[in-house]
Design a protein around this ligand. Structure first.
Ligand code: CP
Ligand code: NVA
Length: 307
């Protein structure tokens, strides 16, 4: 594994390895033990979109591992004034040890990896959010004691978060169901990858437009905003399209009685989820947010030290 851009590039064993490493790093951190494996290493963090969790967790994560992170907003660096991705990749490769990037076009992340000589981590594109999926399954495993054989239902927009989650669940032998309105389901390549992996693992992938069918007997219910970054102009139309996909008490009742609720955050209460659910006993969204830190430390350690 040279980069962490697309879950499709991560084998099932590698994915489980990262989850195990993330658990160990979390336990070490909680016990107060220091880790200095990334001593002297620098991570450049390029952001073309807003972020709370990704920015903070990568910066704190590098610090906890003995390294250092630099925040680079595309409005401040020459990339935002037309310097090419290729030149930016080559220049950063001379200064830092790895790049984390959050941007719009997924191709820009692939180009950065292709043109540079250092590991690249996808901190979210319009297409994927692999770091989120890793932290999500870490959280599910913590709360459910395992992953294989569990059912996760994702309701709403088949967006970047859904695409990576679909790929991740299929790899670890979870049954995954995505309920999205027609025209808003997941990316075809991500669906194909998930189906291939699920066939290998003996698990299932279900794509439907019926939220109740997806949620039935689920161990995990998941949703994300109906209006992703860059789609602000479509807000009103999207709210109308996704209205029937809200995660509320009625849909939670279709899932297993001990089902947990996940959301990558930021959340919009009263739209994709009710306060009753996200602020209720089934919700583990803040554990999930916390786990971004440890999951990404695992990615950083693995990419930068092979550990
Ligand atoms: N979930 C997530 O990536 O959050 P941020 O947009 O705050 O980084
Ligand atoms: N789908 C959301 C995720 C935010 C973390 C977006 O792209 O805005």
């Amino acid at each position: 594994m040279k980069h962490f851009i697309d879950i499709a590039d991560t084998s099932a064993d590698e994915f489980i390895y990262l989850l195990d490493l993330a658990d160990r790093l979390k336990a070490q951190h909680k016990s107060g033990r220091q880790h200095n494996n990334l001593n002297g290493k620098t991570l450049a963090m390029i952001f073309a979109k807003s972020s709370t969790r990704t920015r903070i967790s990568f910066e704190v994560g590098m610090k906890q591992l003995g390294g250092h992170a630099i925040y680079l907003n595309t409005q401040d660096i020459q990339l935002g004034r037309g310097e090419s991705v290729a030149d930016t990749a080559q220049v950063l490769s001379r200064f830092v040890d790895a790049i984390m990037i959050r941007t719009f076009a997924h191709q820009d992340v692939l180009d950065l990896a292709e043109c540079g000589s250092i590991p690249v981590i996808n901190g979210l594109t319009d297409l994927m959010h692999p770091c989120q999926a890793l932290a999500d399954l870490m959280t599910v495993r913590e709360h459910k004691g395992g992953l294989r054989g569990l059912k996760l239902a994702y309701l709403g927009d088949g967006n970047n978060v859904a695409n990576s989650l679909l790929q991740a669940c299929a790899r670890v032998g979870m049954d995954v169901a995505v309920a999205a309105p027609s025209g808003y389901t997941c990316d075809p390549a991500c669906i194909a990858d998930a189906k291939k992996q699920a066939a290998r693992q003996g698990s299932s992938v279900l794509l439907t437009d019926d939220p109740v069918v997806a949620a039935r007997n689920a161990d995990v219910l998941y949703t994300d905003t109906w209006v992703s970054m860059g789609q602000e102009d479509e807000k009103q139309a999207r709210i109308a399209v996704f209205n029937a996909y809200q995660v509320n008490a009625a849909i939670m009742a279709a899932a297993k009685p001990d089902a947990i609720f996940l959301h990558c955050l930021p959340a919009y209460r009263g739209l994709e989820v009710t306060s009753e659910v996200i602020d209720g006993p089934a919700s583990v969204v803040f554990d999930e947010a916390e786990n971004r830190l440890h999951a990404q430390k695992a990615v950083l350690l693995h990419l930068l030290t092979g550990g």
